[in-house]
Design a protein around this ligand. Structure first.
Ligand SMILES: [Fe+2]
Length: 237
């Protein structure tokens, strides 16, 4: 069993994550030294700010990055994925061919929402994805304004059959005390299906790796293994 990172922006030059292969390698090496050997690389998609990456473009970028890793002797495996921004545009897609599921071979999809509230169309987007057989995993609920204002709203979201991916960063202090408090609460309440780094670049490493240690302190190694190895392993097929 190996640790798997389910959320990061290590594909260089495509979003607000790593800018160069060197930055990507620095991040991947740091996680490799902490026991991570598998990575779903999840660039933003569906967000106007970063264009709209097609799954095939992510796969091609990963193949280029993997060559740099081999040259550096870093023995990790990369698989494509994406962080799909929920927007009304999803409702007019002809099919799921541009939906970046984990590994592009599973029914799991990571989504995020940038709006400060929970707009009506977010439910419609989730219904659209679920009606096509996809299991929707909401990224970092602890970072969302609507949950910071009303943490119990996560019960309503769970009723929509969403799964939740927590970020290591807030546990390591990247989001201030409010973010840390909500991440710790959700972790202790066993809300999360998995934990991911959402690491964008090397200066994020201290908070993410600190968050991993904090998670172990809070819920123990077995629970953290469930969230970073066992459940992510269900996506690595
Ligand atoms: Fe992200």
């Amino acid at each position: 069993m190996t640790r798997i990172d389910v959320h990061n922006h290590f594909l260089p030059g495509v979003d607000d994550g790593c800018k160069t292969p060197l930055e990507s390698i620095t991040c991947l090496r740091a996680f490799w030294h902490r026991g991570y050997t598998k990575f779903f690389v999840t660039p933003h998609t569906g967000a106007m700010e970063f264009g709209d990456l097609a799954p095939a473009e992510v796969t091609a970028g990963l193949e280029r990055l993997q060559k740099f890793l081999v040259a550096d002797g870093i023995e990790v495996q990369l698989r494509p994925g994406g962080e799909l921004r929920l927007s009304p545009r999803i409702l007019s897609l002809p099919d799921t061919s541009r939906i970046p599921t984990f590994g592009l071979n599973t029914p799991y999809v990571l989504v995020d929402l940038w709006e400060p509230d929970w707009p009506w169309w977010a439910d419609e987007c989730i219904d659209w994805l679920q009606a096509r057989g996809l299991t929707v995993i909401l990224a970092h609920p602890e970072r969302m304004d609507c949950l910071r204002l009303n943490p119990d709203f996560i019960d309503d979201l769970a009723d929509r059959d969403l799964l939740f991916q927590g970020n290591l960063g807030p546990l390591g202090g990247s989001e201030g005390e409010d973010g840390r408090g909500l991440a710790e609460r959700y972790l202790l309440e066993h809300r999360y299906f998995m934990l991911g780094s959402d690491c964008h670049r090397p200066d994020h490493l201290p908070s993410r790796l600190g968050g991993l240690r904090r998670a172990v302190d809070l819920v123990g190694q077995d629970k953290v293994d469930e969230l970073t190895m066992i459940n992510p392993g269900k996506l690595w097929v």
